[in-house]
Design a protein around this ligand. Structure first.
Ligand code: ASP
Length: 298
């Protein structure tokens, strides 16, 4: 998120809204351009929405969806893979289990590199999808109280979202997690430095009435060193209709997905449940991002 200014984020949101209104204007804009999706880690929404985004812009897509089907399985370095893919594609979206891998990739790339998730660190394009969703659901960011709940330690979507939203005035965060899964101190640093108000708690229900946005997250099993810890913590928070009775009538319930148990499926028909709209918004904002980066690199 540090690579985007607030003005650039706002521009991406404006472009996404225009894409939603007038998709035909964008249908051919990336003709003859190729996006490579290099996914060294599992993905459903991020990879498929990137691919759908490029197709809807009239471009083409190549890539792989697991490290085992690429030369990474033979021991190839990220740097060499990237140098090679730059011979074939105009822009690259990648996901990698190692924190910082996209930064390494960018130093060896002659085309734009988009981070589609790096380990337990960041997930900036999810944040763009989240911001577009909040904008569409709420109309503004300023003055919102945003609850982030679940695995705030390993949840990379939360790290990027905090980094982005703390730059909008009047945003207040409520960080809800078990003690063991609290947000890392480097994520809290911009809050402390910027005097951004935040509270930390382990109790979701007690803070639910204050929230304008509730961002639920999955406990990130693949980042745990010990399966017993995962089993003990995995069901720390389960949002049910009963718990929601004390929430605001215009609460926006978000989740980057995939959901495991954190949100009961009985909530899905509730108009406050935004998570599938959020997945759709991911495609629009990735269209806007591809356009911006291709224009800048032309
Ligand atoms: N899809 C999101 C990510 O890749 C959230 C998750 O996996 O829990 O980080």
């Amino acid at each position: 998120m540090a690579d985007l200014s607030v003005a650039e984020i706002d521009d991406l949101i404006v472009t996404s809204q225009d894409i939603i209104r007038s998709p035909e204007k964008y249908r051919d804009i990336c003709r003859y351009k190729k996006l490579a999706t290099l996914f060294f880690e599992p993905s459903t929404r991020t990879r498929l929405s990137f691919e759908a985004a490029m197709y809807e812009l009239g471009g083409q897509v190549l890539g792989f969806s697991e490290a085992s089907s690429s030369s990474a399985a033979k021991g190839e370095s990220v740097a060499d893979t990237i140098r090679t893919v730059c011979c074939y594609a105009d822009i690259i979206a990648m996901r990698h289990p190692k924190e910082g891998a996209p930064t390494v990739a960018a130093t060896h790339a002659s085309v734009p590199i988009i981070n589609g998730g790096d380990g337990g660190h960041n997930h900036p394009t999810q944040t763009l999808a989240d911001l577009l969703t909040i904008k569409l659901e709420k109309g503004h960011f300023e003055g919102l109280t945003v609850g982030l709940c679940g695995d705030l330690k390993f949840g990379r979507t939360v790290h990027s979202l905090v980094h982005a939203m703390c730059r909008y005035p009047g945003v207040r965060f409520v960080l809800i997690s078990p003690e063991e899964l609290k947000v890392p101190s480097y994520v809290k640093l911009p809050l402390k430095e910027g005097g951004v108000p935040y509270d930390q708690t382990t109790d979701l229900v007690s803070v639910l009435p204050e929230l304008d946005v509730l961002y639920m997250t999955r406990v990130q099993r693949e980042r745990f060193f010990n399966e017993d810890d995962y089993v003990r913590l995995k069901d720390s928070y389960i949002l049910t209709s009963e718990k929601l009775t004390c929430a605001k009538p215009d609460l926006s319930i978000m989740h980057p997905l995939p959901r495991v148990n954190e949100i009961s499926t009985e909530i899905d028909p509730d108009p406050r449940a935004c998570y599938f709209r959020q997945a759709l918004n991911g495609k629009y904002i990735r269209m806007a991002l591809i356009l911006k980066l291709l224009e800048e690199s032309a």
